[in-house]
Ligand binder design. Structure first.
Ligand SMILES: Nc1nc2c(c(=O)[nH]1)N[C@H]1C(S)=C(S)[C@@H](COP(=O)(O)O)O[C@H]1N2
Ligand SMILES: [Mo]
Length: 223
């Protein structure tokens, strides 16, 4: 049977009206497609996500967003596990421009966005005698930092750099922004934080001779 012309016209009109009301619902605000890297922030030039050198101990880790869990263990009252989305929706986000310096001599200045390590740890209720945070990553990499260093310096666990979600190579889902510490403290692909009283814990590079304090002002080798 042949569809009569006027009926086709009416059907088209209905379709147009539907489309019109749909776009009306979406409003005029541009939708954020998380993909545009910023290269300047408050007048400061930034490095690019691509300026990093990839020299991780086992190469990039591809962490599955829905399977991912971050666990807080050790000297705490409440063993706590978060999913990626829980972390992004539970905690207050912060931004700051911080430079990462690798011992190889290169550096990158990036606008980081993340949550405070202190806020995260507080939800697990650390023991008063805890002094140290030991970070563990998906590639088996580990490093540690004093608990009060993370509190006093508002240290971030970052999920964005230059306004884009961390790419897998840069540590998705989270990289520690270990401000004023050598690059090997900036652990990527963090999966576990152990609250500890072991101030002398030595992580991957520390146990191979790199400084445990890793202060940018001091030599990275020894102590
Ligand atoms: N999990 C993990 N994190 C890591 C490393 C690593 O090998 N594994 N390398 C560290 C070192 S030595 C540096 S300088 C920085 C550099 O970050 P990039 O590999 O994204 O350039 O990551 C740090 N974080
Ligand atoms: Mo490094």
């Amino acid at each position: 049977m042949k569809t009569p012309q006027p009926l086709i016209g009416i059907l088209l009109l209905i379709l147009l009206l539907l489309l019109g009301s749909l776009s009306g619902c979406l409003g005029t605000q541009p939708l954020q497609l998380d993909g545009v890297e910023i290269r300047e922030y408050q007048g400061e030039k930034l490095s690019s996500v691509n300026d990093f050198r990839e020299n991780s101990i086992k190469g990039p880790q591809y962490v599955n967003r829905t399977m991912y869990q971050l666990t807080i263990t050790g000297l705490i009252d409440t063993p706590t596990t978060y999913t990626y989305d829980e972390i992004l929706t539970t905690f207050q986000p912060y931004q700051k421009v911080v430079t990462l310096d690798c011992v190889e001599g290169w550096s990158v200045k990036i606008l980081w966005e993340g949550i405070l390590v202190t806020d995260l740890i507080a939800t697990a209720h650390p023991d008063p005698n805890a002094t140290t945070l030991i970070f563990v990553a998906a590639d088996g990499y580990t490093t540690s930092l004093p608990l009060n260093y993370t509190t006093d310096n508002h240290i971030l666990l970052a999920y964005k750099m230059n306004n884009v979600t961390l790419p897998p190579e840069r540590g998705f889902p989270f990289q520690l922004v270990a401000e004023s510490k050598w690059g090997y403290k900036w652990i990527k692909w963090v999966t576990e934080i152990q609250v500890s009283d072991n101030e002398n814990y030595q992580g991957y590079w520390e146990s191979r001779g790199y400084s445990t304090s890793a202060d940018l002002n001091d030599s990275f080798f020894g102590d």
